[in-house]
Design a protein around this ligand. Structure first.
Ligand code: ATP
Ligand code: MG
Length: 583
């Protein structure tokens, strides 16, 4: 490709709207342009990267006998109603009506539609296992589309669905995909980590892992252990209960704590450490109110709480509800003498108390007294309050003991580039996807689903591979391998040498760009660095006199001199070696 013909409109300035580096660089280097919030055009360079990532994904899916299909993006509401997700998915689902007023959704994920196909076409155990996948656009009306391709509203995903006869079959399919994902991200040149995760709106109870690209700009918090291989999204990470020494229970007393609201203020006012306090958070759910108790120095994990209560809605109760429940201003709620139900706007709502495991072991704790400006001292579990349920509902934090081996947990931020789920029979049950087993008995298919954000993977690759001059593409997914730059496009000798090398590279199967633009050398070099070609071959007057050219390898930042006649061969070898290293 000649640079003069390539549509790669580079920008000198960093666009103000771009917060993260991948967004900035993909805009500046002329890979993408925004069309609407979270909706982008992929220009030729981006298209090439996406194709390379997709090709790697396709090869690894095919290697595991995945069969590629294309499912419709426009999906009838009836299927979503059948699975029960039409209401659950909420505002993230793009909904539309056809001219007859029928409801449809733009597919954010394809469990319903694939299960519909399979229930119609697959009836015998002999047809299982079945692995079907596609690489296609997905649509999610994200609350906060941001960070360019990282969180789009239209994005590219590979999604594979597995159908097995039983749990053992699912375990095999899951392992195949888990291993394939590890190979895919390795081949893309990424540093990543699989972590235990929460299933979110996809559902299923059989376990799930996310593949995280480690990067500071990641939106996910993960904790991991260096001593063993435990790693989890904090949404999911198990928190090991720390149990304080048991003390003799003292007499319950209330203390006046005027205008003291935060845990820290209370700690210094009473001279009691936050570990000895019980924080009470009141949540509203469609199943009633929940008073969640965690130790004063801990953070509640809302995802754990929501899974435990098994609700679609979970948000902090408004001040008025808290006032009605506790009879006190916000900030003084506690589990002692908390009513079992409360009347809000004429509706009787039940109240469930759920305590974190640590809370029931605090001796002589401090909590709100359900009375404005008062707290209780010497609160003890069993004598003064009895929760309806006790469970791990708090966030695990770095430094805490690993739930597997007790070594200190570490934390990192990650970009979720893929997730694998054991769905079990959630969708086959809801939609009636059954098969006849060896004995002619009808059984539900056991399913898994496996997604990779292809466009997000491109952005994640930039987040891990850049410097102050621009992108440094891993060779396996670079838009082109080499740019050939004559220092002066007016110098006939340089141009001739450049064209010769360019042609030789192409003949050797190397993807090359010839920078034939009539620009100053500085501009060409800047663009080459910004776009992130792994190798730049420069033809300048001084070296040309000795029949030599400069070879600059972007990743190492090193320049060597090579003979004109053998440079193409040498560079082709280097590229092949790099790609081989990654696979
Ligand atoms: P997130 O938690 O980041 O919103 P998710 O868990 O909802 O993602 P999945 O349903 O697991 O996403 O989708 C599979 C993959 O699709 C994700 O691992 C991610 O790589 C990609 N993906 C999901 N949402 C987006 C998005 N809005 N923009 C780009 N890629 C996305
Ligand atoms: Mg996910």
């Amino acid at each position: 490709m000649k640079a003069s013909q390539l549509l790669s409109p580079t920008l000198r300035e960093t666009p103000a709207e771009a917060e993260v580096i991948s967004h900035q660089l993909l805009l500046r280097a002329g890979f993408i342009r925004k069309s609407a919030a979270g909706v982008y055009t992929y220009l030729p360079l981006a298209q090439r990267v996406l194709k390379k990532i997709s090709d790697i994904v396709r090869q690894e899916m095919d290697r595991e006998d995945g069969q590629e299909i294309t499912l419709p993006i426009i999906q009838p509401a009836e299927l979503w109603q059948e699975s029960g997700r039409w209401n659950v998915y909420g505002d993230e689902l793009f909904r539309l009506k056809d001219r007859h007023g029928r409801d449809f959704a733009l597919g954010p994920t394809h469990e319903e539609i694939i299960t519909d196909i399979v229930r119609g076409e697959v009836h015998s155990y002999k047809q299982l296992p079945l692995l079907l996948y596609q690489i296609a656009n997905k649509y999610r009306d994200e609350r906060r589309p941001r960070f360019g391709l990282m969180r789009g509203r239209e994005f590219i995903m590979k999604d594979l669905y597995s159908f097995d006869r039983d749990e053992e079959g699912l375990a095999v399919s899951y392992k195949k995909m888990y291993d394939a994902y590890s190979r895919i991200f390795t081949r893309c040149g990424l540093k990543f980590r699989p972590v235990e995760a929460d299933a979110g709106a996809i559902g299923g109870t059989g376990g799930t892992h996310e593949f995280m690209v480690i990067a500071d700009s990641g939106e996910a918090d993960i904790v991991y252990c260096d001593a063993c291989d435990y790693a989890a999204n904090v949404e999911k990470a198990e928190a090991k209960a720390s149990i304080g020494a048991k003390e003799t229970a003292l007499e319950l007393e209330d203390v006046s704590t005027p205008a003291v609201k935060t845990i820290d203020e209370l700690a210094s006012f009473l001279g009691v450490s936050p570990e000895k306090m019980i924080k009470t958070l009141v949540y509203r759910t469609e199943k009633g109110l929940v008073a969640a108790l965690v130790r004063g120095d801990r953070q509640l994990n809302e995802i754990k709480l929501q899974n435990l209560v098994d609700t679609v809605q979970l948000h902090l109760a408004d001040d008025e509800t808290v006032r009605l429940l506790t009879g006190a201003a916000v900030g003084f709620a506690g589990p002692v003498y908390l009513p079992k139900s409360v009347c809000v706007q004429g509706e009787e709502i039940t109240v469930k108390i759920i305590a974190d495991e640590e809370v029931i072991h605090i001796s002589n704790a401090v909590t709100g007294a359900n009375k404005t400006d008062f707290h209780f001292r010497n609160v003890n579990h069993g004598r003064d309050f009895t929760p309806d349920q006790v469970a791990d509902i708090r966030l695990a934090e770095p430094g805490e003991p690993c739930p597997r081996c007790d070594a200190a947990l570490k934390s990192a931020r990650g970009i979720e580039v893929g997730q694998v789920f054991k769905l079990g029979t959630k969708y086959s049950k809801a939609l009636g996807a059954n098969f006849l087993d060896e004995n002619g008995k009808s059984r539900e298919m056991v399913m898994g689903c496996y997604g990779i954000g292809v466009s997000r993977t491109m952005a994640a690759a930039v987040e891990q591979n850049y410097d102050e001059n621009g992108i440094i593409w891993p060779v396996s997914i670079a838009p082109y391998h080499v740019v050939v730059v004559p220092v002066s496009s007016k110098d006939e000798e340089q141009v001739k040498a450049a064209e010769k090398i360019y042609q030789e590279l192409k003949d050797l199967g190397v993807e090359a760009v010839l920078d034939d633009r009539n620009e100053r050398p500085g501009v060409k070099f800047k663009d080459a660095d910004l776009i992130g070609y792994p190798v730049r071959i420069t033809i300048g007057p001084k070296t040309l006199a000795e029949n030599k050219v400069e070879v600059f390898v972007r990743q190492q930042g090193q320049t060597t001199l090579e003979a004109i006649d053998s440079v193409a061969q040498g560079v082709a070898g280097l590229i092949n070696q790099e790609v081989a290293c990654l696979s």
